[in-house]
Write a protein that binds this ligand. Structure first.
Ligand code: FES
Length: 175
């Protein structure tokens, strides 16, 4: 009989995407970091049940998987928004008024030191140190897109554009 996804146990169906990633890396424990990177790209963070599932699937101690996931700053065990806004507050960006950009985002998206992700899971704000593009200071990166020499007007327009696009997506106007 032909095996279909629905004929598989619930656990396997639930982690279907994780299984695909594990397969892509040959279920090789030595590729754990790359596996976690792919999983994070898929989920935008590393859910704890997924980490436990990876540990079981690779037959490695759960503590090792969690150890790697918590060691690297790049990995997050907290859910993140669809748009991750990274505002550089390194020296060059700081002297070029990066704080005014942070203030604008916090006010506009109702975020603060203790709350970095919006309730609708659309945005996560991160303050980061030098992004290596000091010549463009101040620098903001939204997902993979870099915005250099940003001021509050320009950043406000970028946020407006994203919000409008999401609104149109919500109404089915665009996909
Ligand atoms: S200090 Fe912001 S890119 Fe270097």
């Amino acid at each position: 009989m032909k095996s279909t996804l629905t004929s598989k146990p619930p656990e396997v169906r639930r982690f279907q995407k994780v299984n695909e990633i594990l397969d892509n890396f040959g279920n090789n424990p030595a590729r754990l970091i790359a596996i976690l990177q792919s999983v994070q790209e898929e989920y935008r963070y590393l859910p704890e049940p997924v980490l436990s599932y990876i540990a079981t699937s690779l037959s490695v101690p759960r503590a090792r998987v969690f150890g790697v996931a918590t060691f690297y700053a790049h990995f997050s065990l907290e859910p993140k928004g669809k748009y991750i806004i990274r505002v550089c507050d390194g020296t060059a960006c700081h002297v070029n008024r990066s704080q005014s950009l942070l203030d604008l985002i916090e006010k506009r998206l109702k975020l603060n030191n203790k709350k970095s992700t919006t309730d609708d899971m659309l945005f996560t704000l991160e303050k980061v140190s030098c992004l290596g593009a000091c010549g463009l200071a101040p620098v903001v990166v939204i997902n993979d897109r870099v915005y250099g020499q940003v001021n509050t007007d320009k950043l406000g327009q970028v946020l407006d554009g994203i919000l409008l696009e999401e609104e149109r997506r919500g109404t089915g106007e665009i996909e």
